[in-house]
Design a binder for this molecule. Structure first.
Ligand SMILES: Nc1ncnc2c1ncn2[C@@H]1O[C@H](COP(=O)(O)OP(=O)(O)OP(=O)(O)O)[C@@H](O)[C@H]1O
Ligand SMILES: [Mg+2]
Length: 406
């Protein structure tokens, strides 16, 4: 059973999702549905079935119902894979035996049933307030910058790796380069590193993902950048699911100032989950008709997905190449302005072949200077502290993934 209505909500209401089952739960669900302070976003007896509805950082709390006398470890771990929202356990049986495990697992509250609805609503409110307080004291919100183009070979990996290296080296930003070209990613090669572990190892590792665990799977580059490479084998890509990625980005935002995401030229599930959490989308275009056609299609797709236009920056790579097309013609065809140009530079392929990002190997090269300027603009456009709010708590907006499904 899954009942999801993730769109258009009153921001004053507490958004709650219900998982599990126990005696008395249907009555509580009915009462919460009509309660003035709660928005019941959905319910699903099976946690795994609710993966898409639980991810996205839009929930204020999760209620999990259990009838057993043992702590529901599997269900709780599964919920934690998808969301950091506080979890309140409702138990229909004898629950004194699960209290100490619940405390260790940082469950927000354990409530035996039967119970007055108002007591349950009070527990939800208390849990949300405590969560907000914890969020405002830790309060760190990194920014996700995704480098995308619907055309292969356009320069996504060159731009993302050099941008990430510039932010780490020249701005001293805590930066993660995340390779989401899951089948054929080459960010590690461009950075000249030989990683022991990849995103695949991270997503298949048991246990809950947190900052400490993430740190154990990244590879440090001498410029100060951390890299989380793509899986080594293409067939491992499918294990990097939307849910895993959503959680990964949530944790990365609390550990890093900047998360630069390299991508493949496709709108696959993990890419859509990433778009949902992207603060700036660098959309790469080139000076050739097939690329311009695909970028235009890409822009139309983003519009269909209601992706916020103000987050998109169109970047014209190799903009100084003389191939009979001008920037103004590209802008006319795309029906949007080109925000930034990067020059074609022989230093780029030479640095690629040496396994060194050109921005570090040759800081005086034209491409390096342009990327550094792009990094200056991105670092300079950081919202004032507190403006962004808590990681993952964006304005309630139906996620791109659920929009595609509906
Ligand atoms: N501004 C530039 N000047 C010169 N060469 C460039 C420039 N940008 C990219 N290149 C070259 O183009 C090639 C492709 O770049 P890159 O691998 O970054 O593209 P990509 O979009 O990531 O490709 P894929 O879709 O296959 O992942 C690289 O060998 C790189 O050296
Ligand atoms: Mg690439």
């Amino acid at each position: 059973m899954s009942d999801d209505n993730g769109n258009g909500s009153d921001p004053g209401l507490l958004r709650v999702f219900v998982t599990g089952s126990c005696e008395g739960l249907p009555e509580i669900v009915d009462a919460l549905r009509i309660h003035g302070g709660i928005e019941l976003v959905g319910l699903s007896e099976d946690v795994a079935e609710a993966a898409a509805a639980l991810t996205g950082g839009h929930l204020d709390a999760v209620i999990h119902a259990t009838r057993g006398s043992e702590f529901p470890q599997d269900a709780y771990s599964a919920i934690r894979e998808y969301t950091r929202a506080p979890v309140i356990l409702l138990c229909s049986g004898e629950c004194s035996g699960i209290l100490s495990e619940a405390l260790d697992a940082e469950v927000a509250d354990v409530i035996p049933l039967p119970q007055l609805t108002e007591n349950i609503v009070f527990a939800i409110r208390k849990a949300c307030q405590a969560d907000k307080r914890a969020g405002s004291t830790s309060g760190h919100v990194g920014r996700v910058v995704t480098v995308f183009s619907p055309k292969g070979g356009i320069g996504k990996t060159c731009v993302s790796s050099n941008l990430a290296a510039s932010l780490a080296k020249y701005h001293k930003e805590r930066t993660l380069l995340l390779d989401l070209d899951l089948q054929f990613g080459d960010a590690a090669i461009m950075m000249g590193i030989e990683p022991d572990k990849t995103i695949y190892d991270l997503v298949v590792a048991p246990g809950e993902l947190d900052s400490e665990k993430l740190a154990g799977y990244t590879t440090a580059h001498p410029c100060g950048l951390d890299v989380l490479p793509a899986p080594i084998r293409p067939e491992d890509a499918e294990l990097v699911t939307e849910g895993k990625l959503a959680r990964l980005l949530e944790v990365a935002r609390s550990s890093y100032d900047m998360i630069i995401v390299d991508t493949s030229p496709f709108f696959h599930g993990p890419m859509l989950a990433t778009l949902d959490r992207t603060d700036i989308l660098l959309l790469l275009c080139g000076l050739d008709i097939p690329t311009i056609k695909n970028v235009r299609l890409g822009l139309q797709t983003l519009e269909l997905l209601s992706y916020p236009q103000e987050r998109i920056r169109v970047i014209l790579n190799r903009a100084n190449t003389n191939v009979g097309l001008k920037r103004s013609e590209v802008e006319d065809t795309l029906r949007t302005k080109v925000h930034y140009e990067l020059p074609s530079d022989r230093a780029v392929p030479m640095a690629v072949n040496r396994g060194k990002p050109v921005a570090l190997a040759e800081p005086g090269a034209d491409f390096s200077k342009a990327v550094k300027h792009l990094a200056d603009m991105i670092a300079g456009s950081r919202p004032a502290a507190g403006k962004a709010g808590k990681a993952g708590k964006k304005q309630p907006r139906q996620s791109i993934v659920s929009r595609l499904r509906s």
